[in-house]
Design a protein around this ligand. Structure first.
Ligand code: HEM
Length: 543
């Protein structure tokens, strides 16, 4: 795969690095060129597949309102990705899809997702522990390629909610299947290629069989209790409630498990990877998110109530999904002659609605369209741009994402725990190169320089309302004291002079409860004294 080429106009120096966010033209250069040449609506073909390219904001509205089964997920995708998704919900259509949606959607309703929060926190805790170990092993700043850690996290969560235990083998085989299948989907227009016994086709068939039998083993294995059923059990029950044969029930269960596990594994990890890359590039937003998380969680593990309050983090995730959406388009096929976007679309034609191009349109988002600016989501999606209906990271209409609430909880839990435990910046090893592998991923992964979270106490003297600073943001006294007593953080003083009056800044090294605290400012020292903290062992002071 060649290195994507970017337009010069998209280049931006952010956080001291040249990073080009606007990657639509780089990922789909031919379509971008044709769009400029022929306008937002044109047709082209890929072998025997006829595609209608649409990129007008009104078309997104129409997609939301289109409920007829005359449009469905394209057959060519289903064929190309059959080893990965089989006959499951992602590529099913018509009445079969409606039945699957009815069985599976309730498993991701709000109350069900609330019940998964504890498990998500535990799994995120493993990432925190592993990063802590990496930092300890190098004694300060670890250079971490974060991708596999985050995939392990999303894989572990979905595996536990789906099977009731961590079935790493199934998840890893699905990943291996994806790697082969996504190279093939582009060649779908060439008839017969799918069934040739090429080396990669044989490898793909082998993996498909193995995943099938591993999932069947889970279907027939130990069941969760009646009150604590896992998703697999609910899928099997849903299949049994219809008039399917035993073989069809098995296929229904296996394929739909794959259709939940694979998106949850990839789509849970990749947006987290992009968001952390963006936060590493923008320490000011990292600080803002950290301040919000510390304020809301107050030293406790995130709960679903806390997640709902994390407004800044939501803004950051939305902006990350705008710049790096998982998919560049929504795709449909006309199963009957129909009318869409004011055009008569003949049966068999595929429609591509180019969302990513709309997310990069300066006429919709303004001149800073290629900049990371979560502030634009300050008043929610509706206030984010001229035509907010075009921003649909989780799709729209009846086929919108099943896992939206699930993944938003996962992302918030993981990121909130990471920012409250670590500070991070981009490693010099990082190479910015988004590629399209079914979804838009960083080609070489994301490397971060990670250190334990440093809380900066900044002096709050006469020139400022009294308070306590953490990474530049004010926090409650209770929070600061709680963190102090928990001993969970290493305190390093800020360069206090950079903000306020040097004269009132006192740098103290002291030992407290076995914890080394460096350079606490004068207000903090006074607070501790007021609170009766006596064992303040002043080692060094600096005026
Ligand atoms: C940030 C992460 C995610 C994004 C941006 C995302 C995005 C989307 C989008 C845009 C669609 C609609 C596609 C279309 O209309 O053609 C979709 C469908 C779907 N998503 Fe997600 N998704 C995410 C995470 C997940 C997760 C974690 C799961 C599983 C738990 C999941 C399961 C599904 C399923 C099963 C469908 C098909 C629904 C149907 O056709 O009825 N997604 N997703």
């Amino acid at each position: 795969m060649g290195t994507p080429r970017y337009k010069d106009s998209n280049m931006a120096v952010e956080g001291g690095k040249v990073i080009t966010h606007g990657c639509y033209a780089a990922l789909l250069p031919v379509l971008d060129k044709w769009r400029q040449q022929y306008g937002p609506t044109f047709m082209f073909s890929m072998g025997n597949i006829q595609v209608l390219h649409m990129c007008h904001p009104d078309v997104v509205k129409e997609m939301a309102a289109y409920t007829s089964f005359d449009l469905g997920r394209p057959t060519y995708q289903k064929k190309g990705l059959h080893p990965l998704f089989g006959e499951g919900i992602v590529h099913a259509n018509g009445a079969v899809w409606a039945h699957q949606r009815k069985v599976m959607a309730p498993e991701f309703y709000t109350d069900k997702v609330k019940g998964m929060v504890k498990l998500m926190v535990e799994s995120a805790g493993s990432v925190i522990n592993e990063w802590n170990r990496e930092i300890e092993s190098v004694g300060g700043v670890a250079d971490i390629k974060i991708d596999e850690y985050l995939r392990n996290f999303s894989g572990q969560v979905i595996s536990k909610v789906c099977f009731g235990r961590n079935c790493k083998e199934i998840i890893l085989k699905l990943r291996a299947l994806q790697e082969i299948a996504c190279k093939k989907v582009i060649l779908q227009g060439i008839p017969g290629l799918r069934s040739l016994p090429t080396k990669s086709n044989r490898e793909m068939w082998r993996l498909e069989k193995e995943v099938h039998s591993l999932i069947l083993k889970e279907v027939n294995g130990k069941k969760g209790s009646e009150s604590d059923k896992n998703i697999l059990q609910m899928i099997v029950e849903g299949a049994r409630s219809s008039d399917l044969s035993q073989d069809e029930i098995d296929t229904f269960a296996v394929d739909n498990c794959k259709n939940i596990c694979f998106p949850a594994y990839e789509n849970g990890a990749v947006p987290a990877i992009w968001t952390l890359m963006l936060l590493a590039l923008h320490p000011e937003w990292q600080d803002k998110v950290r301040a919000e998380v510390l304020e809301i969680c107050n030293g406790q593990s995130p709960s679903s109530g806390m997640l709902n309050k994390m407004k800044t983090l939501t803004m950051v995730i939305y902006e990350s999904l705008r710049l790096y959406p998982l998919g560049s388009m929504l795709t449909r096929e006309a199963f009957q002659d129909t009318e869409f976007g004011g055009i008569k679309v003949p049966k068999g034609v595929s429609i591509w609605v180019m969302l990513m191009a709309l997310y990069e349109d300066p006429n919709i988002w303004g001149p800073d369209v290629h900049k990371f600016n979560p502030e634009r989501f300050g008043n929610g999606i509706n206030g984010a741009c001229q035509l907010p209906h075009v921003y649909i990271p989780f799709g729209t209409g009846p086929r919108s994402c099943l896992g939206q609430q699930f993944v938003m909880s996962e992302l918030k839990i993981l990121i909130s725990l990471i920012v409250s435990n670590f500070t991070f910046s981009l490693s010099p090893k990082y190479i910015h190169s988004p590629v399209m592998n079914l979804i838009i991923e960083p080609q070489f992964g994301v490397d971060l320089l990670v250190r334990k979270e440093q809380i900066f106490f900044r002096v709050c003297g006469s020139r400022r309302k009294e308070g306590y600073g953490c990474g530049g943001f004010l926090h409650t006294k209770e929070h600061i004291i709680r963190v102090l007593f928990s001993g969970s953080c290493e305190f390093r003083g800020a360069a206090v002079s950079e903000l306020l009056d040097v004269k009132i800044a006192l740098d103290i090294f002291y030992k407290f409860n076995g914890m080394i605290v460096h350079r606490v400012d004068v207000t903090m020292a006074a607070t501790l004294a007021l609170l009766g903290v006596e064992r303040l062992n002043l080692l060094e002071a600096w005026w």
